[in-house]
Design a protein around this ligand. Structure first.
Ligand SMILES: Cc1cc2nc3c(=O)[nH]c(=O)nc-3n(C[C@H](O)[C@H](O)[C@H](O)COP(=O)(O)OP(=O)(O)OC[C@H]3O[C@@H](n4cnc5c(N)ncnc54)[C@H](O)[C@@H]3O)c2cc1C
Length: 458
């Protein structure tokens, strides 16, 4: 993009939206360059637009489309794949201030929200109506509904309730040329035409800017019973995951290895047992929770659990979940981190855990592994010294090894964090040339000038 065009576009933005919304201060721009991921490239943005309303988004896209300037939509910037990182000369379009809850429709069990509403804010707002918004990424207090939808975020509840996309009834989005698109319906069932809602879910800002979402709500589930089990090794915990799912249908099944538990204990001083090789947290919120937990506990014993404890105390159960949610921030205190996100069929979880341990030993990298083990979704997190080129190189190699290990185990290159730019090198291998070329064709249909997060996600 030649400099004059870029400058003219920024002048047009300033002219139409004013300096309160259009920011060109380089220090402020610097703080909007990156999401939460390490390693992914980030360029220098030409401007930041802090959209307050849908018409601001329309203005940005009309101007950017006219000048051919890339637009990177940004929710809260908690993404872990570089998807919200600035592209050189782009407009960063922050939608975080579009944060109104528009409607909570109790009889229809639907909520309408602007895209910048934080997940946790929505969850609390519907709770007072006896309703529940299930998607629960560990980042729920800091990530937006728009970002969750654009990445099709997962979380601990996916095992029983599915991913974000399973709870989206419809979307309002602005297309690259500034026109409005409304998808979905308020009904529980709707099969009219292509499912454009699902197409936008997980599209990582490459097809449209989501400005509003209508999401499905559920009755508040019964309080969960919690089982905590310790194992001598992550592999034994992995065997237990397989065994538990053969005899029970838990609502949640999370894993932390010793490195992760130690990091969490160092940060939180919760009194966690730090000698075990791995820890599983299992919950059931079904009417037969007592039977489910008994069966899960026996499965853990048969897989060699060194300690098991069962509680129906909700606060106690919550504490273990808080420990699990603290995994990434705790590991980040040990050094620079590169968090991977892979998912394999559940029977392959023990082999993955064994393989990850071997990679850590071979590459001489500290790896803390945690994740949504019941979904086969693991987050091996590489901890390294960013100032030491050898340590950085080893982390990069280990990251690649882990992705390959997942592919070799019939897994995916990303279970919930998305492709962004971090996983783009593996995309062709993952989906194949035919699917990828179709995806590029769909991108062209939505965004003929290729201004929306170009070079990302597909
Ligand atoms: C501590 C921590 C824990 C986490 N735990 C989880 C977890 O358990 N599960 C999980 O899935 N992820 C998790 N994440 C990753 C991250 O929080 C999710 O990917 C989240 O969905 C990103 O939301 P965001 O608002 O921060 O989006 P951003 O990071 O701002 O953007 C993410 C992507 O979505 C696009 N985008 C954002 N908003 C819109 C919009 N309105 N319209 C179109 N495109 C848009 C961006 O362009 C980008 O490609 C975690 C992150 C952290 C830091």
């Amino acid at each position: 993009m030649p400099e004059p065009g870029r400058s003219a576009a920024v002048l047009d933005l300033l002219d139409r939206l004013g300096p309160e919304i259009v920011v060109v201060d380089v220090d402020i721009l610097g703080s909007y360059r990156r999401d939460h991921s390490a390693f992914a490239d980030a360029g220098e943005p030409a401007a930041l637009v802090r959209a307050q309303k849908t018409s601001d988004v329309v203005e940005v896209l009309c101007i950017a489309n006219r000048y051919g300037i890339p637009v990177v939509t940004r929710g809260a910037g908690t993404g872990l794949s570089g998807g919200a990182n600035a592209i050189e000369g782009c407009v960063v379009l922050s939608v975080a201030a579009m944060d109104r809850i528009l409607d909570i429709d109790v009889p229809r069990r639907l909520a309408a929200v602007e895209c910048g509403v934080l997940n946790g804010t929505l969850a609390r707002a519907v709770e007072v109506h006896g309703l529940w918004y299930p998607p629960d990424p560990a980042s729920r207090e800091i990530s937006t509904i728009g970002g969750n939808i654009a990445t099709n975020a997962g979380g601990a509840c996916c095992l029983k309730y599915g991913v974000t996309g399973d709870h989206v009834a419809g979307l309002t989005a602005v297309l690259a040329d500034g026109s409005m698109l409304v998808t979905g319906a308020s009904t529980r069932k709707n099969v009219a035409g292509f499912d454009l809602t699902s197409l936008l879910v997980g599209s990582e800002g490459t097809l449209a800017v989501i400005v509003e979402a209508r999401v499905r709500l559920h009755p508040t589930p019964s309080p969960a019973s919690t089982l905590v089990a310790f194992f001598a090794s992550p592999e034994a915990a992995g065997q237990a995951v397989v065994a538990i799912l053969e005899v029970a249908q838990p609502s949640l099944l999370e894993l932390m290895d010793r490195t992760t538990v130690r990091a969490v204990e160092k940060m939180t001083h919760m009194g966690l047992e730090t000698e075990a090789g791995a820890l599983l947290v299992v919950q059931s919120n079904s009417p037969s929770a007592a039977i489910e937990m008994e069966a899960a506990s026996s499965a853990c014993a048969a897989s060699g659990a060194t300690y098991r404890a069962h509680t129906t105390d909700v606060t106690e159960g919550q504490l273990f979940l808080e420990a699990r949610r603290a995994a990434l921030p705790a590991l980040e205190r040990l050094g620079t981190t590169l968090l991977d996100d892979v998912a394999v069929p559940v029977p392959s979880v023990p082999a993955m855990l064994e393989g990850i341990r071997g990679i850590g030993e071979r590459r001489q990298v500290t790896i803390g592994t945690f994740g949504h083990a019941g979904d086969g979704n693991l987050h091996p997190t590489l901890v390294f010294d960013a100032a030491d080129p050898e340590s950085v190189a080893a982390a990069r190699l280990a990251f690649d090894d882990i992705v390959r290990l997942s592919l070799d185990n019939d897994g995916t290159i990303t279970g919930e964090h998305g492709i962004g730019s971090l996983k783009l090198p593996y995309m062709e291998e993952m989906v194949g040339p035919t699917a990828r070329s179709l995806m590029h064709g769909i991108k062209r249909a939505f965004d003929p000038n290729g201004i929306l997060n170009p070079g990302r996600a597909i």
